[in-house]
Write a protein that binds this ligand. Sequence first.
Ligand SMILES: Cc1ncc(C[n+]2csc(CCOP(=O)(O)OP(=O)(O)O)c2C)c(N)n1
Length: 254
Amino acid sequence: MADINEIIKEENLVYSKSKVLTDTVMSYCPGCTHGVVHKLIAEVIEEMNIQEKTIGVCPVGCSVLAYKFLDIDMQQASHGRAPAVATAVSRLRPDKYVFAYQGDGDLASIGTGEIIHACNRGENIVVIFINNGIYGMTGGQMAPTSLIGMPTSTSPYGRDAKLAGNPLKITELIAQLPGTTFVTRQAAHTPAAVRKCKKAILKAFENVGNKKGTSFIEVVSTCSSGWKLSPVKSNEWMVEHMLPFYQLGDLKDE
Ligand SMILES: Cc1ncc(C[n+]2csc(CCOP(=O)(O)OP(=O)(O)O)c2C)c(N)n1
């Protein structure tokens, strides 16, 4: 068998971990998109050379785990309040690159008011919105983003519009607000999607540097544990059911 030290040589390396990620082993469930998006944020921060100038704000939900994995200054917010806390941080430290990182239960339900008003005010921040269609961390309950017919732990027979209302395309709402500069919907399930998602994150951080107001990136995501599907099946389910409703692409780029 080949000696591992013979293999690990500069000329054979095709990937190295961003130094903006800590060495902590990621504890996300297999197939979860949070880890991929963390990696992209870390790469963008490293490439822009802003590690010392970036402040992240995460609320609760699986997002809260980001503190362990990103080697940057971070401030925790209570549920839904990340855009309000990010507003304060960015106003106090306008020299910093401030971003909020939120799930869909958090952003589109508990913190609807905070996100709408921060985007309407045009706070100079990046918002990264992980839409996995459910409340992941607490057991897969229905979220505003759950699709009609989508089974969740609180709608085991599928979301019924008569009972629970319609799924909320909050990103479309946010694109209408005058304070937003760049609003896009991305995914991270294929190498091509990951590359596009990274480009969007890069543009959003550049917008903050150029004081252009709020940049908002939805990442349509999977939650294999909450969806009770394997990672591969989750991706297939997402492509078949989520993407026709949550269509990928830029909604606004000014
Ligand atoms: C103020 C407040 N309300 C509710 C909770 C309970 N809670 C913790 S995580 C979570 C679900 C978060 O779901 P989502 O925002 O969709 O993120 P995900 O875990 O799917 O990434 C909830 C309801 C809490 N911790 N604090």
